[in-house]
Design a protein around this ligand. Structure first.
Ligand code: ADP
Ligand code: MG
Ligand code: MG
Length: 889
């Protein structure tokens, strides 16, 4: 096996073997761009090293051979005393990973060769600056010395000289600093800084290998589901120097604006600097456009190269470059990150430029980006006072009065105030406050902190880990940088899409993308912006491509109409329980408490016309499209008064010796029917079987509503769905009664209603016996919320606030299984049931109506297992359409 590739030997498609950086350095080399020569040690070598604790036997010789070749080419030897070749050792895995080792520059410098470098360059200051950088980087990343010790020493040197920037230190100062740095290494690492250049290089290579397995790297991989066995490549690259004076420098650039997608000159440049100085912010950079004035030749060449790269990668690229005494060198490129809006714009721009086709454009955007574009946002033209920035944990724009504890959050929100709950970090006791608040702001914790996880689960705006904010919950205040104090009750605004925190009320505007979906803004119209045009076009690409249909979960005509505007092709889940609330509660109470058949029949009779009216409206709003109506599902206590409230009422009445027979009866029923989460008691089909007439009343309401719509020349397409079925017998009994009722309504109205009857698959037993159940079902709709609860054996309400954050932190889940379907567990049941169901009944219609229907990754899974449609909340429909299109590419 070959373990080392010269930059001339690789290409961009070899990321598995050469890592992202190595593959792209090779690609640029082969494009004829000016890349300093070098070679890449493969991920295979890393894997052998990590598995066995030793380098593969052949590696040392191969590295030597490549180093020899490099030395011959450059006409100098690594660390050679009078004319040293220097190299950088750079990590580079397939995916860039925080927590992995950084790069070490200037390898090859020693007490001897630093003199040689000074002579070679004719610049003593430069040589000592390079040497101190080497000891600093090597000490920190290879020998594990606390980097602050070096930084403090550097600060002290500057202070002693009364200068503010490092370029003002002279050779003599830097020489002293080197001595100091070497002492720090000796004390902290217990060894001398190695003087042998090859030893420096080998140690750095091993350190890169080892960094694959740091705790932070491992954790990151678990969370991002990056396999642990990929390993990292190592790039050895001959040094070029941006710190050789004002005609040298280093910079970063984008081939187009990563915020807007516009073509132009975007980047930063820093004269007389090396490596990460640009991003480290140690001195002020200048906009890239100024390079034209500083060094026109290099600037023109850079513009040329950026065009070459963009045409070659057919995408936005970001690059790192260095200019050494007027000579331009390319040090890195990759397809660059971009904002959500820019992703849509760039994808359509590239289609227009003829660089990519529609299908390819779909791979350049994703549903998460679209979802982000649909949140209301702060008005960018408003005057704002930003006071901090944390992690954008859950998107949205929230404004409210600052409160520092849950109790106040609940109290104030009850009296109609909008509040932002501010905590250092949240815990399960904060749940009520989080529910009451418009948004949540914490000063500690990352993307998997309690606040972040719970807020995302609730769809609530959250900024977490805003570390500059000092939250003092005891004194109910927060101090922001600059010393301003935010007291309880002061208004703050937080942006969960950017992580920005503002003082005062920032005005919120609806997203133009939603305005467009709502039909209030038309693509092509004058007021539609570029973003809307781009979204419009990408949605058209997706709709042309996708096989999965997209329906909405909607319970009333208003939601149904919005869903239609958003592109829904029917309703996949209409819950009927809300039709039992409000004014109708009393009727339902009577139904539940009925002692005699007559009492029960009377309340059912009164409910029937009300239900029917609901359905008439719904069928009208979805005319011509399928509407799946789920018969009553939740446990009955949800329709009865709250248990505590009622107990108080009874006790009061008792003490006042007032009559309270009805309350008492109600209380007994509440006690009997009360269920704890996950509420696996008297629910779903079980209700239909034990409360005579309940389901048939609902079926009659549906059938009569359909008949009425037909009479009005409408095209109702109702599908009756039975929830929580575990065995085919349950379904058969309910079906028989339903068929009977439908036949009666058809006879009475003289029309064929073509109603279909199907079931939800939301219990493991149903999935396992799907072949039998399909005998009695014309369709299946996977209820993946309940299926997830029952397959995992945990109830959603109890877990998200308690142990999920621990599971996420430990990497047991990358993401909550309620957010993205657990393919291995819940997903295999879906697959199995789909297959068995279709074996029994080849034309069985298959859909999914859990919240997973609007989750990008889950949509891809449902496409793959061959479902016919997904159903999700109206707001998620565009996301589902887009992802269904992407899944089909
Ligand atoms: P990262 O992955 O953190 O970007 P890099 O390997 O790209 O790490 O290196 C860090 C910095 O050092 C970058 O600014 C890069 O351009 C610079 N650098 C790396 N190798 C060399 C080299 N051979 N000559 C000059 N600068 C280099
Ligand atoms: Mg870095
Ligand atoms: Mg880099």
């Amino acid at each position: 096996m070959k373990f080392v590739y010269d930059f001339t030997e690789g290409n961009k498609d070899l990321k598995d073997l050469l890592g992202g950086k190595g593959a792209n350095l090779a690609e640029m080399t082969n494009l004829g761009l000016p890349v300093p020569p070098g070679f890449t040690i493969t991920t295979e070598a890393c894997k052998v090293y990590l598995d066995s604790g030793e380098e593969p036997a052949a590696l040392r010789d191969e590295v030597s051979a490549h180093l020899d070749a490099l030395e011959a080419r450059m006409g100098k030897k690594l660390g050679q005393a009078d004319n040293p070749l220097l190299v950088s050792v750079r990590s580079g895995a397939k995916f860039s990973m925080p927590g992995m080792m950084d790069t070490v520059l200037n390898i090859g410098l020693s007490d001897k060769s630093v003199q040689g470098l000074a002579k070679q360059a004719g610049d003593e200051r430069f040589a000592w600056d390079s040497y101190r950088r080497l000891i600093q980087m090597f000490g920190k990343t290879v020998l594990g010395v606390d980097g602050e010790l070096f930084e403090d020493a550097l600060e002290a040197a500057k202070a002693a000289k009364k200068v503010t920037v490092d370029t003002e230190l002279e050779a003599a100062d830097l020489k002293k600093l080197v001595t100091k740095f070497k002492k720090i290494v000796k004390t902290e690492a217990g060894r001398d800084f190695p003087q042998d250049p090859r030893e420096q290089m080998d140690l750095a290579i091993h350190a890169v290998f080892d960094s694959w397995n740091t705790d932070r790297a491992k954790l990151y991989r678990r969370q991002e589901r990056i396999p642990h066995d990929l390993g990292t490549a190592v790039n050895v690259c001959s040094m070029v120097f941006g710190n050789l004076g004002p005609d040298s420098g280093t910079g970063v650039a984008f081939t187009r604006d990563p915020a807007s997608g516009h073509q132009g000159v975007y980047g930063d440049y820093l004269q007389n600097a090396q490596g990460e100085d640009v991003v480290a912010g140690i001195r002020n950079t200048v906009p890239l456009a100024e390079l034209e004035r500083i060094d026109k030749k290099s600037y023109d060449q850079l513009m040329q190269i950026m065009e070459t790269l963009e045409n070659h990668y057919k995408d936005l690229c970001d690059i790192e470059f260095t200019i050494e005494r007027g000579q331009l060198w390319m040090l890195q490129t990759r397809v660059g990150k971009r904002t959500a809006g820019a992703a849509f714009r760039i994808a359509t721009q590239l289609v227009d430029q003829g660089l990519i086709d529609e299908a390819e454009a779909l791979t350049r955007v994703n549903g998460a980006q679209l979802a982000q574009l649909m949140f209301p946002r702060f008005d960018e033209s408003a005057k704002v006072e930003q006071v901090g920035r944390g992690i954008a944990a859950s998107p949205g724009a929230a404004v409210g009065k600052a409160v520092f504890d849950s109790y106040t959050a609940v109290k104030w929100s009850r009296s109609g105030e909008k509040v932002i709950l501010i905590r250092r970090e949240t815990n399960p006791d904060d749940l009520d406050g989080m529910i009451a608040a418009e948004g949540i702001l914490t000063s500690r914790g990352g993307k998997t902190s309690h606040a972040a996880v719970v807020a995302r689960g609730m769809g609530k705006t959250c900024v977490c880990g805003a570390e500059e904010l000092e939250v003092d919950t005891k004194r109910r205040r927060m101090t922001v940088p600059g010393g301003h104090v935010v007291e309880e009750g002061d208004v703050v605004s937080i942006d969960g899409s950017t992580g920005k925190v503002y003082l005062g009320e920032v005005p919120v505007v609806p997203s133009p993308v939603v305005e467009y979906f709502e039909g209030r803004m038309h693509a092509g119209a004058e007021d539609a912006d570029e973003l809307v045009e781009a979204v419009h076009r990408i949605m058209a690409f997706a709709d042309r491509k996708r096989r999965l249909r997209v329906r909405a979960n909607a319970d009333n005509a208003e939601d149904a109409l919005r869903a239609r505007r958003f592109g829904a092709q029917g309703i996949g889940l209409c819950r009927t329980e809300h039709m039992f609330l409000g004014d109708r509660r009393e009727l339902v109470e009577r139904l539940i408490l009925a002692d005699t058949d007559a009492e029960r029949e009377e309340s059912l009779k009164q409910l029937l016309p009300l239900q029917k009216q609901d359905f008439v409206q719904l069928f009208e709003s979805m005319d011509g499209l399928p509407v799946t109506v789920r018969l009553l599902d939740p446990p009955l206590h949800e329709f009865l008064p709250d248990i505590t409230e009622l107990s108080v009422r009874v006790a009061l009445a008792e003490s006042r010796q007032e009559p309270h027979e009805n309350e008492l009866r109600l209380l007994q029923a509440v006690h009997r029917l009360h269920e704890q989460n996950p509420m696996l008691g008297l629910r779903g089909v079980r209700l239909g079987l034990v409360i005579p007439g309940l389901f048939t009343m609902q079926v009659r309401a549906i059938a009569e509503a359909a008949a009425e719509r037909k009479a009005a020349k409408g095209d109702p397409r109702a599908e009756i769905m039975i929830p929580l079925v575990g065995t085919v017998q349950e379904l058969e009994i309910v079906r028989e009664e339903a068929d009977q009722v439908i036949a009666e309504v058809e006879a009475a109205s003289g029309t064929q209603l073509k109603l279909s009857i199907g079931t939800m698959i939301e219990l493991p037993r149903a999935a396992l016996t799907a072949g039998q159940i399909a005998e009695a079902a014309q369709f299946f709709s996977f209820g993946t919320n309940d299926l997830t609860q029952t397959v995992w054996g945990f109830s959603r309400d109890d877990v998200e606030a308690s142990f999920f954050t621990a599971y996420l932190e430990k990497g047991i889940f990358g993401v909550s299984p309620f957010e993205t379907i657990d393919k291995d567990g819940v997903g295999s049941l879906v697959k199995l049931a789909a297959k068995a169901g279709r074996e029994t009944r080849p034309d069985l219609k298959l859909g999914v109506c859990g919240e997973h229907g609007g989750d990008p990754e889950s949509v891809h899974f449902f496409h793959e297992v061959g479902l016919d449609y997904v159903s999700c909340s109206p707001f998620r429909i565009p996301v589902a359409r887009l992802e269904a299109g992407r899944a089909a590419v």
